[in-house]
Design a protein around this ligand. Structure first.
Ligand SMILES: Cc1ncc(COP(=O)(O)O)c(C=O)c1O
Length: 439
């Protein structure tokens, strides 16, 4: 073999090995990043299909390339199922990520120099809602929505006054730190008075909306839902936009050709399967997710953690927010928990002014719910977190207990995998005989 080939063979071996070690890590860990989930094996089969190599610019039945007959069939099914699941008049499944979808909606609904309103990042807004990001493209002026940090929600009365006074073109609801349903009805009422549009970024809570356990933004008055498809919604990474017929052509044009050329067809196939799974199991999944979040929050509180919003049941979503400023700060706590294979992220809280070592950690229980964990396991996890952070017990001991807990939870529930009696979600093959490399 030539020297370069030997070097490349080693590089590929290292890639395979790192992926296998990653699987091994996640088989033994408690993944609680609120923006992640685990797809079923049925969904993952779509992601490695030939759809991942193809182009299908354009719409179903009106493509710019040949060879799209079966891609058309799949995309038509995905669109039909999404419309049914969300009771939406129109759906666009092409955006390749939540940020991509936000940019498309901003292009569709604003003109250069318009005003919009959104949450600031410390109050939970996503970076793509801030003046440093997507709104820059249009030179938009971004005003922060007023936030009540005790209630951890938008202050609806002040929002109404601000909308009437500032007359924004667009009001962007939804958040990355998202504990309670947002006041969509109130925003829509004020928006009507000034001719603004209400856009709801449901990236975090789409699975709970699909399961009818959070809020129903389109019925509450939102004009558009924009959302990732892979946080509480357990689909492949990507995004969708839901809206009424009135906005159909503006949204579609802003997506293609505005911000996407070829959409990711394997993700559309995976999304179709994930939507079908949510049609069957979504309500039970969303109920258990919220019950688990409430249980974890209560047990953390009882174990001495400063969990936000004790006065209102801690949370109504998949997320739990904990102020760890007295315990070393969010960066320190998240990194220490990682040593025990408890995976969470540091998070800014409303009182934070800079993102360095923020006061909080954010915890999501949606993936633990998908692998079958319930309230009993939430109690165990809260106790383990106490052992690491408050009792400062030997981390390797806790890590072993984390592994032992995980042993019984290796299959994806609320999916067609479960119906097939469980395929181990982490033994999904990364098989390839590197020694069979040929010219
Ligand atoms: C509210 C919100 N919107 C948009 C995004 C961006 O989504 P994506 O990572 O799919 O681009 C996120 C990501 O975490 C988010 O929390």
């Amino acid at each position: 073999m030539r020297e370069l080939e030997v070097e490349m063979k080693r590089a590929v071996e290292r890639v395979f090995s790192a992926v296998e070690r990653h699987h091994e890590l996640f088989k033994n860990a408690l993944p609680m990043i609120a923006s992640e989930n685990i797809t079923s094996v049925a969904v993952r089969n779509m992601l490695i299909s030939d759809f991942s190599h193809r182009y299908a610019e354009g719409d179903v039945g009106r493509r710019f390339y040949q060879g799209c007959a079966f891609i058309d069939e799949v995309e038509a099914i995905a669109i039909d199922l999404a419309k049914r699941l969300f009771s939406a008049e129109h759906v666009n499944l092409k955006p390749t990520s939540g940020v991509n979808a936000n940019i498309a909606v901003i292009l569709a609904l604003t003109d250069v120099g318009d005003r919009i309103m959104a949450l600031s990042v410390p109050d939970g807004g996503h970076i793509s809602h801030s003046k440093f990001s997507a709104p820059q493209i249009r030179g938009l002026h971004v005003d922060n929505l007023p936030f009540d940090s005790t209630e951890m929600n938008i202050d609806a009365a002040r929002m109404h006054e601000d909308i009437i006074e500032k007359k924004p073109r667009m009001i962007l609801l939804g958040a990355s730190l998202f504990l309670f349903p947002h006041p969509v009805r109130e925003a829509a009422e004020a928006a009507r008075e000034v001719g603004a549009r209400v856009v709801y970024d449901g990236s975090h809570v789409l699975g709970l909306i699909a399961g009818r356990r959070f809020q129903d933004p389109l019925r509450e008055g939102a004009d558009v839902i924009v959302s990732s498809t892979h946080k509480t919604f357990p689909g492949p990474q990507g995004a969708l936009i839901l809206c009424g017929e009135d906005l159909r052509s503006r949204i579609d044009m802003a997506v293609f050709p505005g911000t996407v050329s070829n959409h990711h067809l394997h993700h559309v196939a995976g999304l179709a399967v994930a939507i079908a799974e949510m049609m069957c199991f979504g309500e039970a999944y969303a109920s258990q997710t919220i019950a688990n979040a409430k249980a974890l929050a209560r047990h953390l509180h009882e174990n001495g953690f400063n969990v936000l919003c004790a006065h209102k049941g801690f949370t109504a979503s998949h997320q739990v927010a904990v102020d760890v400023s007295e315990l070393g700060g969010g960066s320190y706590v998240a990194m220490k928990l990682e040593k025990a294979n408890i995976i969470v992220n540091k998070n800014m809280l409303p009182s934070d002014r800079t993102p360095e070592n923020p006061s909080g950690i954010r915890i999501g229980v949606q993936e633990l719910t998908r692998i079958g964990m319930k309230e009993r396991e939430m109690a165990e996890i809260a106790a383990m977190m106490r052992r690491v952070i408050i009792d400062e017990e030997n981390i390797d001991k806790v890590k072993k207990d984390v592994s032992a807990l995980r042993e019984g939870f290796q299959h994806v529930h609320f999916s067609f995998d479960a119906v097939q009696n469980g395929v181990n979600a982490y033994d999904f093959p990364v098989h390839f005989n590197i020694d069979a490399f040929q010219h």
